[in-house]
Each structure stands twice: as C-alpha cells, then as structure tokens.
Design a protein around this ligand. Structure first.
Ligand SMILES: [Zn+2]
Length: 290
C-alpha cells in the first residue's frame, strides 16, 4: 500500500529549521518584537544543546540587532531574546516575564494561578480549554503553537479572551508587512481541520475538507510528538502515545477519516482500512478552525 503525498507542512518545517535552527518555532515572536508588539521571547534548551547552539544564536541576535541573555532554571537554559537588554531580570517573576512577552494581564494572572500545578498548560489543560468546541477562530489555533505556524504562543485564560484575539489580529497585520511568506503560510495552514487527541495536547491536521463527522484529505501531519512530552503529562500513558503513533501511521495510508464518539474509521478510496475504538479514558474531537 502506498502512502499518500507528503504533507506541505513538513517541507515548511524543514525550511524554518534549516534557516532558524532552535529558533524555528519562534519566528512569529521575532516578527512581533520587530513590530513593537512585544519586548522579548524565550526558549528553553538542554544545557548541552545550548552549548552547541550558543555561538549561532549570538551571531543571529547580533545581526538582527537583538539582545540575548541566558540563565539556568530547573535544569534548563532559558534564552531570553529581546529588543534591548533587560536589566535586573528575575527569572522567577512570572508577572514580569508575562509583561515582557506581551501577554494579556488576564492570561498572565490565570497562568500564575497554575503555579501549584505543573506549568505545562498546553499539555495538561488543553482539553479543558477546548471544551468540546467544534469551531475555533483560526487565529487562536493553539494546537499549532509548538510550530512556526501560530499567532498565539501563550495559554489564554479562555478561548473567548478578547485581548488574546486582538493580539493575534495585530500580529497577523504586522506579519503581512514584515514577513508575507509566513503570513501566507499561516492563513493557509491554521485553517486546516484537525482531529484533537487528548494525549499531551496532540492533534492531527489535514490538508483536505471536513464535512460534519468526516474529513477527506490529501495529506496529514501531527506536529506534536506525545512520547517526547510524556514526562510532563499528568494523565497520558505510554500506551496512549502508542495509540497516537499507530493512528498517525494509519491515517497516512488513508484518504478519509470518520470521527464517531466511540471510534475512528479510516478509509482509502471508499474502502475500509482500519477502526480505532476509543479507550474510555480518552476524548477526541474534530475541530474546524474558521
Ligand atoms: Zn486572557
């Protein structure tokens, strides 16, 4: 059986990784800094990775006229890239960091209130945020926030947060002027229908059309690899990650998905290919980004 065509998303990701290395998924934030919409962005790297990337990162920031500061926190190197150097930075001050990243005050307050719990809302609180929604504004496509193709990188206080939506609108406008290529890619890919899976915030995106409970597609991709996030998850298990892997592999062989509450059916040219029954502890849903 032949796999269907390669997904254009994979070519886009390769391009940004080649060009921006560890900063590949932070390009929208770099546009926002250039447009004066935020002061800084930050990435976390394993110390060994930082050692390998430091010279390249410093060179990039020097050429782009940006400041780079780094500090160790919870065993990871935090790399803060900003329009100008930030003096007296306290890395534990979530409120101040939220301001530097330009996050709305309502979302910063909500995030800070999660302090007692693991601070990985994209992994542990996504299902609560999506809350069975069938349609979501494409500018709030958080399921792509780990990729280059996003407008929002913070976890909003709720999906109806008007400050977050306004920020996403302003960034999209700035992007049209400053990075028309990324602007085009976001308009195209953030509107793809997705199958959200309740495993470490993973979702499968389809190049294709959704009709009620089914999607006919030419290609698909899963930007999150749940296995790599398992240690940060409060709920997901190894067998959940296996299920996502097997599902994605099978979807790549098909061209149609039927999403029922208790099973997923995968078809190829109208012929049944596979059925995945829903484990009772997992939720899944189709989402249209409009
Ligand atoms: Zn908010």
């Amino acid at each position: 059986m032949q796999s269907i065509t390669a997904d254009p998303y994979e070519a886009i990701t390769r391009w940004y990784k080649r060009r921006f290395s560890v900063l590949w998924s932070h390009v929208p934030e770099l546009v926002a800094i250039r447009a004066g919409l935020r002061e800084a962005t930050q990435l976390s790297l394993e110390p060994a990775r930082f050692a390998r990337e430091q010279a390249r990162l410093e060179d990039f920031c020097h050429r782009a006229g940006l400041a780079l500061q780094s500090y160790l926190r919870r065993g990871m190197v935090k790399v803060l890239i900003s329009a100008r150097a930030i003096p007296n930075l306290d890395p534990t001050d979530e409120q101040r960091l939220g301001e530097l990243f330009g996050y709305p005050a309502c979302c910063v307050r909500r995030f800070a209130s999660h302090q007692a719990q693991p601070l990985e809302p994209f992994i542990n609180h996504m299902t609560a945020l999506l809350g069975g929604r069938d349609r979501v504004d494409f500018r709030l496509n958080l399921l792509l926030s780990c990729t280059t193709l996003h407008l929002v990188r913070h976890f909003p206080c709720h999906l109806g947060c008007q400050s977050t939506l306004e920020q996403a609108r302003r960034l999209l406008e700035a992007m049209e002027r400053l990075n028309p290529r990324l602007h085009r890619q976001i308009l195209r890919h953030c509107r793809a229908p997705a199958l959200y899976l309740d495993v470490c915030g993973a979702a499968v995106f389809f190049q294709g059309e959704r009709l009620n409970d089914r999607v006919r597609y030419r290609s698909c991709h899963c930007p999150v690899q749940p296995r790599g996030l398992l240690a940060l998850s409060m709920n997901a298990s190894v067998s959940d990650c296996d299920l996502v892997d097997e599902l994605v592999q099978t979807l790549r062989l098909g061209d149609e998905l039927i999403c029922r509450p208790n099973e997923l059916l995968i078809l190829q040219r109208g012929q049944w290919l596979a059925t995945f029954p829903r484990p009772s502890h997992l939720a899944w849903q189709l989402i249209s980004f409009v």
